[in-house]
Design a protein around this ligand. Structure first.
Ligand SMILES: NC(=O)c1ccc[n+]([C@@H]2O[C@H](COP(=O)([O-])OP(=O)(O)OC[C@H]3O[C@@H](n4cnc5c(N)ncnc54)[C@H](OP(=O)(O)O)[C@@H]3O)[C@@H](O)[C@H]2O)c1
Length: 241
């Protein structure tokens, strides 16, 4: 039975990860910034009881990362899967002026650094903090949810400074991490979930969360050491860097 930790599990793709991992029998540690604002997760807990532990975590706060680790450590001595899912875009709630992240002439250094912190630095810091629990697994996997916007190959227009750069940085951070942790048997990849209907993806998006997450979990289950450090799409195809 897998033990799985998912960040940003209160809504969107993170919530769907939690739902599908519980359905298949995983023990799930679902992290959220504010559990009281995640009623769907609380409903899942009513259905799955102690198979689901809700853990407070603001990924931008190093004390919160430490507190989450201590909390998870009380419940388990290993993790089989870490899903770095939490992320922000320029239109996410409480992130301030949209243009500060994406319009030349209105870019703001503090806002750009904050987006880099949430989308790129935090996943690396979380993976680093949880390393001992991952090392204790027989088949540990780390997956970070990247984006096509983080692809230099696909970047042919201006704008989207903050989001695109943060996901490109995530890709490079996690590629370094992948080679560092392969000796512990940890297989680490970054995955583009596709364009998915969530608060971030919007209602015009091509995919429903159910389809994207089912695809990602199939990909994760089929990973071998040869996949370490790869950038894949939700169907397991190679993604151009
Ligand atoms: N949807 C798409 O089309 C798409 C495409 C490519 C990549 N992605 C990536 O997929 C991931 C999930 O996105 P989504 O579509 O599910 O977006 P979403 O619906 O906006 O959800 C974002 C999640 O991230 C969490 N989060 C944001 N800042 C956080 C912080 N500081 N600490 C902890 N949690 C934080 C949010 O928690 P709160 O509820 O507390 O705000 C929420 O659970 C993101 O990394 C995103 O970049 C999405």
């Amino acid at each position: 039975m897998k033990r799985t930790l998912i960040t940003g599990a209160g809504r969107g793709l993170g919530l769907e990860f939690a739902r599908q991992c519980l359905q298949r029998g995983d023990t799930v540690f679902a992290t959220v910034r504010a559990p009281a604002d995640a009623p769907a997760l609380v409903d899942l807990q009513a259905a799955y009881g102690d198979k689901l532990t809700i853990v407070p975590l603001d990924v931008a706060d190093k004390d919160s990362i430490e507190a989450s680790y201590q909390r998870v450590r009380e419940h388990t001595d290993r993790l089989d899967l870490l899903v770095n899912n939490a992320g922000i875009g320029a239109i996410s709630k409480n992130v301030g002026d949209v243009n500060a992240y994406r319009v030349l002439g209105q870019l703001d250094d503090e806002r750009l650094l904050f987006m880099l912190r949430v989308n790129a630095v935090a996943p690396l810091m979380i993976a680093q903090r949880y390393l001992d629990l991952l090392q204790a697994s027989d088949a540990p996997r780390v997956v970070s949810i990247s984006s096509g916007r983080g692809s230099l190959h696909d970047k042919t227009t201006g704008g989207s400074y903050g989001y695109s750069t943060s996901k490109a940085a995530l890709n490079m951070f996690m590629r370094s991490f992948a080679f560092d942790v392969l000796e512990f048997g940890i297989i680490n990849v970054v995955i583009n979930p596709g364009w998915v209907q969530t608060d971030m993806g919007g209602s015009d998006a091509e995919l429903m969360p159910e389809e994207s997450i089912a695809g990602i979990l199939r990909v994760v289950d089929s990973l071998t050491p040869a996949d370490a450090g790869r950038f894949l799409d939700w169907q397991g195809n190679e993604h151009p860097w």
